[in-house]
Design a protein around this ligand. Structure first.
Ligand SMILES: Nc1ncnc2c1ncn2[C@@H]1O[C@H](COP(=O)(O)OP(=O)(O)OP(=O)(O)O)[C@@H](O)[C@H]1O
Ligand SMILES: [Mg+2]
Length: 610
């Protein structure tokens, strides 16, 4: 707050000031209510039969505490003081019985709660992940994978608190407190008031601590997400880190993030512990007062020892559940903080969506002419494509060449709708791609990307991804065409070898061949090749190129290449610079023109002969 603002608020009439302060709080409360309702409707309501069963078991469990304390009076007065040997066994059985019931109910409700909690958490994790997978590139560029993993795994785990602490707090501790209070009041109402006189003192500190705990809970989750992001970057970049000797630097960065985490965690724990200690102090005060007060009455013969024992046990048992209940609102605050983040992520709307209204059918085979009409596109604020126009005719091979960063790969990004342009129209076969079913649109393309992701699965699964009912013969033909068969023998388990995280146990050229095999298998009508053979040696490249040429001869193909030798046979070559088309034509036309293409060509030719 600036000093000016401060002056304004302090100068305002008291009622206005109060309103200004309570408005955000009112909003926050309304927001919490919305969160509670959402959590209840989507995740809790369906489990109510189990939860009610659990609550009943908890109530029985809680009631047993009162029963034990109540049994102390007959034990002392009727058995021990009155010396009635015949009653000993009965009292012993009754006390043992209450403990057996306590043990059995605790076992059952804990198991039930663990079951429900894990089901709810898993449902939440799946829903979150499904939602995150639908969000666009822009979102994923803003939220690193480590951060999202922490949201999906960490924030949802906080929900456990509801089942481990809050529900038992309500079901078991409330009943225990009511039961014990009943026993205490029934035994001696005066003593009870004396013992509990300090309890109201707990209310204000509890309210203050609760707010602190929530804020710290938010900080702790933030720091935890930051730590996960660091770890994700470290383990994904492990080769670079080791090769450049960055271990110490990474370690320091992680230490800093963890410092924040520790601070928030220690404060949360401190807040909760402070609550416990406060109630201990109040308990101490209560005990002292009761001893002074009741002790005199017993000595004077006004009350029995049994009465005191039952009362003392009831009050002693009372403070433990009371302390647990005191911590509950803080615990609920941390749950709310996590729910808030989860809910916020679920509110993120994908900007790439299914079209509403009537869908355009994907174009018939052989008519997939691709047109970029006056397309302008920016990932952030700076346009990457500027009023770009290009056409790739159906059935032909169109090559995109140009310097690094010219926007070539971005053409593929827009075509497969991983991002949408800010202006202009993009059509395939005359149909606006925004009007096509998203799955159908993406299904039209076989893509070999510049950096195709491999998964930590077997080579076979990596090649088959998505494709079903592929015969072994066809698979073998594809393996041969993509020259995957050449390195199969070197792998310990052949096709069944796991390729490691992101395909790290394969060489760059091998990974590229896997990506090509995938594309060959997909048999989609349009082929998009982004530097598909750049990592291969000259001999393999020539052979894989032959397979790709054969594949593209019957398909609409867009190919991006730096090595011009691979595109000289294209039906049309489009030269891009800084997000716009600067030249187009066939290889010989462009050479004859003596422009950008001719210069690029001359440079590469020179490079090759030097
Ligand atoms: N996800 C992204 N977020 C922000 N900017 C991006 C993103 N991807 C690419 N860019 C920017 O867009 C521009 C064009 O990138 P693009 O990948 O299309 O280039 P390219 O022509 O394929 O280059 P190369 O030949 O090096 O692959 C670059 O300046 C790049 O920095
Ligand atoms: Mg590129």
């Amino acid at each position: 707050m600036t000093s000016e603002q401060q002056n304004q608020t302090s100068g305002a009439p008291a009622t206005q000031r109060k309103e200004a302060a309570s408005k955000p709080r009112r909003l926050a409360r309304a927001h919490d209510k919305k969160l509670r309702r959402w959590f209840w409707r989507d995740y809790i309501r369906g489990w109510m039969p189990w939860i009610i069963l659990g609550l009943i078991l908890m109530a029985v469990n809680g009631a047993m505490t009162g029963a034990v304390s109540a049994l102390l009076k007959p034990m002392f007065d009727d058995v021990l003081v009155a010396r009635r040997a015949d009653m000993v066994v009965w009292i012993a059985l009754a006390i043992a019985g209450t403990f057996i019931i306590r043990a059995a109910t605790a076992f059952l409700y804990r198991t039930i709660m663990a079951y429900v909690a894990n089901k709810v958490i898993a449902a939440m994790q799946i829903r979150l992940t499904d939602h995150l997978m639908a969000l666009d590139q822009g979102f994923h560029h803003r939220h690193p994978p480590g951060h999202l993993i922490d949201r999906v795994r960490g924030d949802t785990q906080e929900i456990n608190v509801v089942f481990e602490r809050i529900l038992p707090g309500i079901g078991r501790d409330m009943i225990a407190i009511l039961g014990l209070l009943g026993v205490a009041l029934y035994t001696n109402a005066q003593w009870t008031l004396v013992a509990l006189v300090g309890v109201p003192l707990l209310v204000l500190p509890a309210a203050i601590l609760q707010r602190l705990v929530r804020r710290m809970g938010v900080d702790a989750r933030d720091a935890s997400a930051a730590a996960s992001t660091r770890l994700d970057e470290i383990f994904h970049g492990i080769v670079t880190i080791q090769r450049s000797g960055l271990e110490a630097r990474e370690s320091t960065r992680l230490t800093q993030v963890l410092k924040r985490f520790i601070k928030a965690r220690v404060r949360t724990a401190g807040g909760e512990a402070a609550m416990g200690s406060m109630s201990d102090l109040v308990a101490a005060m209560g005990f002292a007062l009761v001893l002074i007060f009741a002790g005199r009455q017993i000595i004077a013969g006004q009350s029995s020892v049994g009465e005191f024992m039952t009362f003392f046990a009831a009050i002693a048992f009372l403070f433990e559940p009371l302390r647990r209940l005191g911590g509950l609102s803080g615990a609920w605050q941390t749950v709310l903080a996590s729910l808030e983040r989860i809910h916020k992520l679920l509110q993120e709307q994908p900007s790439i969506t299914q079209p509403v209204g009537e869908l355009a059918a994907p174009p018939a085979a052989g008519t997939e002419t691709i047109r970029f009409d006056n397309i302008t596109f920016a990932y952030d604020s700076e346009p990457v494509l500027r009023n770009l126009n290009l056409t790739a005719k159906a059935g032909e091979t169109t090559a995109l060449v140009g310097p690094s960063g010219a926007g070539k790969s971005t053409i593929f990004t827009l075509l497969t709708r991983l991002a949408d342009p800010q202006s202009g129209q993009l059509t395939v076969g005359g149909q606006d791609i925004n009007r096509m079913d998203l799955q159908a649109l993406r299904g039209m393309f076989s893509v070999v990307a510049q950096d195709s992701a491999l998964f930590d699965e077997t080579l076979r699964d990596n090649i088959l991804i998505g494709a079903e009912d592929i015969s072994e013969d066809r698979l073998n033909a594809v393996l041969k065409a993509a020259h995957v068969d050449e390195f199969l023998d070197q792998l310990p388990l052949g096709l069944e070898t796991r390729v490691g995280p992101r395909g790290s146990s394969l060489s760059g050229g091998q990974r590229q061949r896997v990506a090509i095999a995938r594309a060959l298998l997909r048999e989609a009508p349009v082929l998009l090749l982004d530097e598909a053979t750049s990592a291969l040696d000259a001999r393999s490249e020539a052979m894989v190129q032959a397979a790709l040429d054969e594949l593209s001869s019957e398909r609409t193909t867009l190919v991006i290449a730096h090595r011009l030798s691979t595109v000289r046979n294209a039906d049309k070559i489009i030269v891009m610079e800084a997000g716009a088309v600067v030249e187009e034509g066939t290889h010989s036309e462009l050479l004859a023109k003596g422009g950008s293409y001719a210069r690029l060509h001359a440079m590469q030719f020179k490079g090759q002969t030097d």
